[in-house]
Design a protein around this ligand. Structure first.
Ligand SMILES: *Cc1c(COP(=O)(O)O)cnc(C)c1O
Length: 413
């Protein structure tokens, strides 16, 4: 690691880039499949997948082909005109997710903002909520991006600190508690915005049946159920959508990250016609949203998911990885949780912090990143195979071997 301190690229980023991240000290220069190489030629397995954006692996041949072919034909025209790519992409997106309409954006945060605007306007124009009074119920521990509106409803102090004033209009309830959702609903409630599994919140899986109960409550009170599947969607949890585990279809769906095939920022808000029809020309938009290049790549990404094989791989290998992690049986491991290949390993911070663990993992050829102080995330590209999972498990086991044995807090006598 010390050899990197003098690295030119690290020095340049530290000198010229805003310090809004704390990267691990590795300078990546190439990727293929689940593998990444640094500028010294060392190989690492990617257990991070750019926060689940690289589901198809790095430099996926089919996606790079779709990108380069389209880039030579047409990329950005704005939606002042039609293109011969957007409609085909959105048709496939709506058909695969069983939603009626889609509004294409770029980042996940923009698509969440779109969902918020749609929900509020639907409340005023369709539900009859008095102007300016619409409210949206969110869950504690949520993560939905970094715009001022979105951090305004975060429960994470650091995400908010220094960025107010916030405009309000959000009510917070505990995640996983359907009764709390019902208690928070008033006649002014437009929507319930929820991640089926909280990703950045620490890979938190709600109790079985939670989404079904929320669906029933939202229907009964005429509140839109909007699922933020920016991270959990598109095969990551072992199904196309994490909602599919409970057979729930939301009124609004937010997708991003993997939708761009790990090559571009492509996101979308999807909804019923009743909700989407509140938008008229001029209400909302994005210069790059739905551009032909994004549409061509998104179309190919969806094609790669269509037969369900990648989701099935995520389900099977996620189980293998979780069972392997549990079998390590180290006293520092408080919990291994997740669905499919969205996995969190919760560590006892008195033994080792998640950041320190990730630094040691890097020395063993595995790249990952902590979420909060205690959770190590394992979210490899969905194209990973059995042998690669076992390679990762061996490296993780080696890291546990080197950790000095400190009696975990609470277990000492
Ligand atoms: C990453 C993420 C977002 C925000 O996506 P960006 O592309 O970073 O704006 C929104 N919701 C969830 C659940 C996410 O994980």
């Amino acid at each position: 690691m010390n050899a990197r301190i003098g690295n030119l690229h690290i020095a340049l980023e530290q000198r010229y880039c805003a310090h809004n991240y704390a990267p691990l000290p590795v300078v990546l220069s190439r990727g293929h499949g689940v593998w990444l190489w640094d500028d010294q030629g060392h190989r690492y397995m990617d257990m991070m997948s750019a926060y689940s954006a690289v589901s198809f692996g790095h430099a996926n041949v089919a996606l790079v082909e779709a990108l380069t072919q389209q880039a030579q034909r047409l990329s950005v025209t704005s939606r002042a005109f039609y293109s011969d790519r957007l409609g085909l992409f959105l048709q496939r997106l709506c058909e695969m997710t069983a939603m009626e309409r889609a509004l294409p954006m770029n980042s996940g945060a923009e698509a969440v903002e779109t969902a918020i605007k749609a929900a509020r306007k639907w409340a005023y124009k369709r539900k009859g909520v008095a102007d300016g009074r619409a409210r949206i119920v969110v869950c504690r521990g949520n993560f939905a991006g970094r715009t001022t509106t979105i951090v305004g409803f975060s429960s994470e102090a650091q995400y908010r600190d220094g960025f107010g004033p916030f405009d309000g209009g959000f009510d917070s309830v505990p995640f996983g508690d359907a009764a709390a959702l019902e208690a928070a609903i008033t006649p002014d409630t437009a929507a319930f915005l929820v991640e089926p599994i909280q990703g950045e919140g620490g890979i938190i899986v709600p109790p079985e049946g939670y989404l079904r109960q929320c669906r029933e409550i939202c229907t009964r009170h005429r509140v839109l159920m909007i699922c933020d599947e920016v991270q959990t969607g598109l095969g990551r949890t072992g199904r196309l959508l994490a909602c599919d585990h409970e057979g729930v279809r939301p009124d609004g769906l937010v997708l991003g990250k993997a939708l761009g095939g790990g090559l571009l920022a492509v996101s979308a808000f999807l909804a019923s016609s009743e909700v989407m029809d509140v938008f008229s020309p001029g209400d909302h938009g994005s210069t790059f949203g739905g551009n032909a290049l994004a549409a061509a790549v998104g179309f190919k990404a969806l094609e790669l998911l269509q037969d369900g094989a990648l989701a099935a791989n995520a389900e099977r290998l996620g189980k293998r990885l979780r069972e392997g992690l549990r079998a390590i049986g180290h006293p520092a491991i408080r919990e291994v949780r997740g669905k499919g290949l969205l996995i969190g390993m919760d560590l006892d911070p008195h033994v080792i912090g998640a950041r320190a663990f990730c630094e040691r993992l890097m020395a063993h050829g595995i790249l990952s990143k902590e979420t909060h102080e205690t959770v190590v995330r394992f979210a490899p590209p969905l194209v990973i195979d059995d042998e690669q999972i076992d390679t990762a498990l061996r490296a993780i086991g080696e890291v546990f071997h080197e950790i000095p044995l400190v009696q975990p807090q609470g277990e000492s006598t």
